[in-house]
Each structure stands twice: as C-alpha cells, then as structure tokens.
Design a binder for this molecule. Structure first.
Ligand code: ASP
Length: 593
C-alpha cells in the first residue's frame, strides 16, 4: 500500500504509530534547520517534520520540494507540544516525524495560490486551470457536499419506491421555454436531434408505461440568453409519480428537502414547509419567488383610503387600482439619495412616484402626504403596518401588477438596506396555483409552466372565455427568494391535451408533428400523473452558501457558455462537417495559442 492513512485521519490516539501518507505539498517551511511540510489531500492536512538528525537524505529531498509536488512520506506519529496544538485542524494534535520521502511527481508553480485567496483571482483563470482550483479545500468541500446531497436524495427516493431510469440525451425538442442544442444526424441528412431541455415527455411516457414512480439525476441542456448565473447544461432532480395529487407531491418533496438539508449539515426545517398561492405571493411579496427570510410584506390599504382625502390614492382606487404599502422597519433615517433612487425605480416601473412616511424617534410622522390623512386612516395604517418609531413606510398606488412589481423590488432593496435578511437562514415556501397561461408581448397565450400542465378543475369553464384567469395545478418550491424547482399535475386525457395545444395557437399539423407520439400514448390508458424537477446546482449552491452555481459544478462553462479548460466549443475539420452534411457560413475564430 502506498499509504496507510489519509492526510485528514491521524489523531492523538495514533501517537507512536509508524505511518505512510501521500498527498500534495501545501507549504514547505524551514524553521531553524527543521523542514515542515503541510501535506494535503481531499481528507485534510497533516504536518510532517524532517530533521537532518533522523535522515539527512530525507531532509535534503524535503528541502527541495515545492508547493503542489506530489510526495509520499513514512514516519512516526508524535504528539505536538501543547503550545503547538492547532485546534483549527482535525489532525492538529499530532505531527509526523518523517524518516523517508519519495517525490512521486513534481509540479510547475501554480498560476494562483491554492487557498481561499483564490476567490479573488479572475474567474477565467480559475476555470482555465479548474483542476487546480478544485484542489482547494473550499472547492473540495463543496463537491463533497454536492455528492452527499445527491446520495441522500437517491436514498430517500429509493426508500419511497422511486426507480431511477435513464432517458435519452439524443432526442426531440421539448418545450421548456429555451432554445435547443441541436446535434446533426449523419445518417439522416438535414435532420437533427435536440438535447433534452428536460426529460419531461420521457418521464410522462414512463408513467404511461406503468413505472409508477420515476426519478433521475438528469442533465438538462438549454441554450439560453446570457442571463445571470445560468449554465448551458445543468442538473435536475427530476421526478414523476402516478395516481397523485399536488399535495402528495409537495409532502414527498418536503421530506426530500429535509434529507438534503441534513446531508449538507443543516438542521431540518419544520415540516410541512409553508405553502402559499401564487395570488397570495404576488399580492404580499410582489414576486412568485418570495424571500421569506424577512418580513416587510405588502399590506393592502385600498379599503382604508377609498374615497379619502388624499386624492392620489382615492383616484387610483377609483380607477380600479390598489394602494399598498410596506413597512421598511428601521429605515426612517434612510438618506435622501436612497429614497430618490427608490422613487426613480418606482417611476421606471410606471408609477407616478413613491409616497413615504418617515416615523421619527418621538413617533411623529414626517411626510408631505400625512396632512391629507384622517385620524381614522392614521389609526388603521398604524395597526395594519405595525408602525413604530424609526420605521419608513413606502406606498404605491396604481394598477395591481405595477404596484406589486415595484413594491416587490423595493421590499428586497429595503430588506438589504436594513440588514434584515439573515444570510445563514433557510426560508422555504411552496407557491401553488400558478396561472396556466401568460400573454406574450404580441398578445398570444403561452404556457407559464409547459403545455402538458393540467388546469385547476374548477377553472376549466374559463378556458374559452378568460384563459388568463385559469389556474394551473402547478407549484414551485422556493428557497430564500430563489426558485429551486417546480412541477405540475399533467394532462392525461388525449383530447384535452390536443385542445390545449390548440389554445396555444398550434395548428393541427404541427401538433401531430411535434407531439403526435405523446397524444397517441395518452390514448392507451395513461394514468393520472404529475411530478416536479428541482435544480440540483442551485440547491447545493444555497446549501453551501456559494454565490454562483459555477462554484458547485465541477467543470462549468463561463457566462459566455464556453469551456476555457477544454477550449470548447471549437472548430472541427472539414471532413467531420462533410460527414454530417453541414456547411458553416461563419468562420470559427482563430485559435488562441
Ligand atoms: N420539466 C419541468 C422543468 O424542467 C419540471 C416538471 O414539470 O416536472 O421545469
């Protein structure tokens, strides 16, 4: 055996043992004739001492090592003197007095130091040398947690009688709202596979195949525009179940989340996780992914100000709008500049302006608008918003959608400004009953989730009259203002599925071409079914406190969707292009050698 222990293993109880360790030289220090090497591997770090009195040959070799050399040492475990014990290191009670050393491989000088300081190194450099970046203990811990979470999820789902099934990567386009990655076919000139944006249709087909409960840690591919923190390929915990209600799925996923939290070393959240409807989320938080780590929820004051003395509010309500406010607690002293910025933001959002009240320390209200308020209005305001000295009250009055959008954004900004959002808290919520459709800018209906989503049974009569009012049996799970995942109950009636594609404006020929297989399959006894997918990358990112999904993916692409380490995408030779019947119109950029 090359090694008897890992670099994270030795404790005081091992003192006196002869051991062999392998690893990377983290640091080499010369201290009054003794050489100290901190030896590192995935499991930890161990201090090794070379004394010329023990072995001059070993000392000579140790002295010639450099950071990132790969070495093997043999020696005896000794207790560190009491004043040298390092409580921050798991192996900090011991050190190894080395008798032998072998250099297994040398290393060039790394382009950046492999410690936490590397977080300040340009990300492109880290990604070009990702194998070095991943040697850092921080990155190793993140990938270890990712593994632990994935493993816990697998075990949990297995215990719930889910079976893991792999679905194809070379497939046909499925609508999830992004552009497809296409792969040309060599054997069918002019035809293309699409990489899956999600295994959506396959998992539904597996329910039709009687598999009852499916899951997959599934790679998905979406060629999206460069929005913040997206990756062209990412991983979903994808699941589907037969004979199931939305509540059943939510309860099951509650347990999955608790298992993932435990695997990442966090206390279990109280179950069931909170649930709120989409309408409530929009109305109270102005967002379908509310951050519930803090309060400052919107209060509807329309009933208070209806027909009141402050005309701006009264008129907005008369026109069918609403008056809402948030209590930005503790921000009464916010600088003018800040309030001006927020007012500009409100105007950008289509509002006439932003009304506010600063509640002074003595309780007096400082605001140009309070003189228009009656005593009854003031009392109602104080109660509804729980107003106290030091608070800043922000009002918006307009159509509900605008008010929600603006106050929703201001709530997040105010929460941050007041330091009211605890960074280490985990606030989950389900958001249920999403609308089935949204309107595109051209006024067409499009699915808010995907076109396989079933409507709420009570709303089916509205499909032909006011489709935008139809609620879907769709739900999202949200953590700290981030959508972790979502899913729905699916349509299992072939005629209804056909009708829904029609409502989305698809002509019959296109329905047959794109979804004929699915509609046919629904016709052979499809069970009622539903499911959901959770973004594994995002979940792990939040669980380890990283700020980007790139930090929890071993080999991510840059924000420009390239792999800097492998140099992909790259040009291919003409022969390969001929084989797949492709002629390019754009020349590939010259290689940066
Ligand atoms: N396929 C959906 C998605 O990727 C999830 C689902 O409906 O199960 O968002």
């Amino acid at each position: 055996m090359l090694r008897s222990h890992t670099c994270g293993e030795l404790r005081h109880t091992d003192v006196g043992q002869t051991v062999r360790l392998c690893g990377w030289v983290n640091t080499v220090r010369d201290h009054g004739g003794l050489i100290f090497i901190d030896l590192r591997d995935r499991y930890g770090m161990t201090q090794v001492i070379f004394d010329p009195k023990d072995s001059q040959a070993a000392w000579d070799l140790a002295q010639a090592t450099r950071p990132e050399y790969v070495i093997r040492i043999a020696g005896v475990v000794e207790a560190r003197p009491a004043d040298m014990v390092n409580p921050r290191l798991a192996t900090g009670a011991v050190e190894i007095r080395a008798r032998e050393i072998a250099v297994l491989n040398k290393s060039l000088t790394p382009p950046f130091p492999l410690d936490d300081g590397a977080d300040k190194v340009a990300e492109d450099t880290r990604l070009t040398y990702r194998y070095l970046d991943l040697r850092r203990p921080l990155m190793q811990r993140r990938l270890v947690t990712r593994h632990a979470v994935t493993q816990a999820v697998r075990n949990y789902l297995d215990a719930q009688r889910f079976m893991e099934v792999e679905t194809p990567i070379l497939t046909k386009s499925t609508p999830e709202g992004a552009r497809d990655y296409l792969v040309p076919s060599r054997v069918m000139p002019g035809c293309f596979f699409a990489l899956p944006q999600a295994p959506q249709q396959y998992k539904q087909l597996l329910m039709m195949a009687g598999m009852d409960r499916y899951f997959q840690i599934a790679r998905c591919f979406r060629d999206e525009d460069l929005r913040a923190d997206r990756q062209p390929e990412f991983t979903q915990i994808d699941l589907e179940m037969s004979f199931i209600t939305p509540e059943d799925i939510q309860t099951l996923v509650d347990g999955l989340i608790a298992a993932a939290m435990a695997a990442a070393g966090h206390p279990a959240p109280a179950l069931p996780l909170p649930r709120m409807t989409y309408a409530e989320a929009m109305s109270r938080y102005g967002s379908d992914k509310p951050d519930l780590r803090f309060g400052m929820a919107m209060e509807d004051l329309s009933d208070v100000f209806r027909g009141g003395g402050f005309k701006v509010f009264a008129q907005a309500i008369e026109k069918g709008g609403v008056v809402k406010a948030i209590n930005a607690a503790g921000l009464a002293g916010a600088p003018i500049r800040q309030v001006d910025e927020w007012t500009a933001l409100a105007k950008e959002g289509g509002l006439g302006g932003l009304a506010y009240i600063r509640v002074q320390d003595d309780g007096a209200w400082k605001s140009p608008i309070v003189k228009f308020f009656s005593d009854a209005e003031k009392t109602a305001l104080t109660q509804r918003l729980n107003i106290r000295p030091g608070d800043l009250i922000l009002f918006a009055a307009d159509a509900p959608a605008r008010v929600h959008a603006v106050l929703g954004r201001l709530r997040l900004l105010a929460g941050a400004a007041a330091n009211a959002i605890p960074a280490d808290a985990f606030a989950f919520t389900w958001v249920t009953d999403f609308p089935l459709f949204e309107r595109t800018e051209e006024g067409r209906l499009q699915s808010m989730h995907h076109p396989f989503t079933a409507p709420h049974p009570d709303d089916i009569p509205l499909l032909d009259t006011t489709p935008e009012k139809v609620r879907a049996q769709a739900y999202d799970i949200v953590l700290n203002g981030v959508e972790l995942g979502g899913g729905s109950i699916r349509i299992h009636d072939p005629e209804f599925q056909h009708r829904l594609f029609g409502l989305l404006g698809l002509p019959a020929a296109e329905i047959e071409d794109r979804f004929g297989h699915l509609i046919r399959a629904l016709g052979y006894g499809a069970p009622p079914h539903g499911g959901l997918a959770l973004g594994l990358d995002r979940m792990v990112m939040l669980l380890v406190g990283a700020s980007s999904i790139r930090d929890v993916i071993a080999f991510p692409k840059t924000q420009k969707a390239v792999d800097l380490m492998m140099n992909a995408p790259a040009a291919v030779d003409d022969r390969q292009l001929r084989d797949i019947h492709i002629r390019t119109v754009a020349a590939a950029p010259a290689k940066a050698e």
